[in-house]
Design a protein around this ligand. Structure first.
Ligand code: SF4
Ligand SMILES: [Zn+2]
Ligand SMILES: [Zn+2]
Length: 304
């Protein structure tokens, strides 16, 4: 069967449909869908000047880097600033291709490491304390992305999260009974407007993992496909595997999770809108308690 739009040979069958597309039509479809998400959710406003972008060297963020660079090349008013975080995991996080791409395309790249910012690599933290690497890593990464994007005067920070990532997060919060965290999800994150929080935007929100992988491969982006050694131990990996095997039998599952989640998201945001945001007494970063999770964790880490 030929491509749905032209006579070329198809290279991909779109998830959750019978549509097959050739390389050219798929790349157009992918970029149009990401662009539509940006405009539908007003992710980039007219007076936005600086767009930060979380990059890891993996396929999602590299695809986003390529896509946003293409987009902002046309709209010269928006400046891209890429932010990479080096957690300090032995044999992982190779940023060489990201560095080269940013250099060749005149994109500012800022690299921050756990070692320099928090005094220890993630490996050293895990060795010192028995802890779940991904839970700690997630908190520290989010902290750095937000505080550094703010320092760089970014109006927004874009991340490469796709539909699979979001469906996993929705289920994880549901399974853990942590619905308040889901209120902070969505194509544009956050519940409250607070200038200490840099809004996160997810242009690939409605694109699946399979589509993001195909885009990266067809664009021949120099991606590092290596996986973090801690990834298999995470709760997310369990939920991802379960969701993938369920979706094999029931193809609409991930899309259905996202569509029904988006229906209740406005109600969730309203329910949690009254939460007071304070400033952490130690570092000044925004948090709901007196001390933020990062300072609380770093304090524990100092103890033997
Ligand atoms: S897999 Fe876990 S530890 Fe590794 S980078 Fe991702 S969140 Fe961090
Ligand atoms: Zn085609
Ligand atoms: Zn703090």
């Amino acid at each position: 069967m030929a491509c749905k739009n032209c006579r070329e040979n198809p290279v991909i069958a779109l998830p959750n449909s019978n549509i097959k597309l050739c390389k050219g039509c798929f790349l157009k479809y992918f970029e149009k869908k990401a662009y539509k998400t940006i405009t539908k959710y007003q992710m980039i406003k007219k007076d936005d000047k600086i767009l930060a972008l979380g990059v890891s060297g993996g396929k999602d963020s590299f695809s986003l880097l390529y896509f946003l660079n293409k987009l902002t090349e046309k709209k010269k008013i928006l400046k891209l600033k890429a932010i990479a975080v080096d957690e300090g995991v032995k044999g992982y996080r190779n940023l060489d291709h990201v560095k080269q791409y940013c250099r060749e395309n005149n994109i500012e790249l800022h690299i921050y490491s756990f070692k320099k910012e928090f005094g220890m690599t993630l490996d050293e933290m895990v060795k010192k304390k028995k802890l779940k690497p991904c839970s700690v890593c997630g908190v520290l990464r989010r902290f750095l992305l937000n505080s550094k994007a703010r320092e760089l005067k970014a109006d927004k920070i874009a991340t490469g999260h796709n539909l699979d990532d979001e469906a996993q997060s929705v289920l994880m919060n549901q399974f853990r009974g942590n619905i308040e965290r889901s209120a902070r999800l969505g194509p544009v994150t956050g519940i409250l407007s607070d200038k200490r929080f840099v809004r996160r935007i997810k242009p690939f929100y409605f694109l699946t993992e399979k589509e993001a992988t195909a885009y990266c491969f067809l664009r021949k982006l120099p991606v590092d496909y290596g996986e973090c050694p801690y990834a298999t131990t995470s709760y997310r990996a369990e939920v991802r595997d379960m969701l993938n095997s369920f979706t094999m039998k029931h193809s609409q599952t991930k899309h259905a999770i996202i569509n029904s989640f988006l229906e209740i998201l406005p109600m969730l945001k309203e329910k949690y809108a009254s939460i007071k945001i304070k400033g952490c007494k130690t570092c000044g970063e925004p948090c709901s308690g007196d001390i933020c999770k990062v300072c609380e964790f770093l304090e524990k880490l100092k103890k033997k």
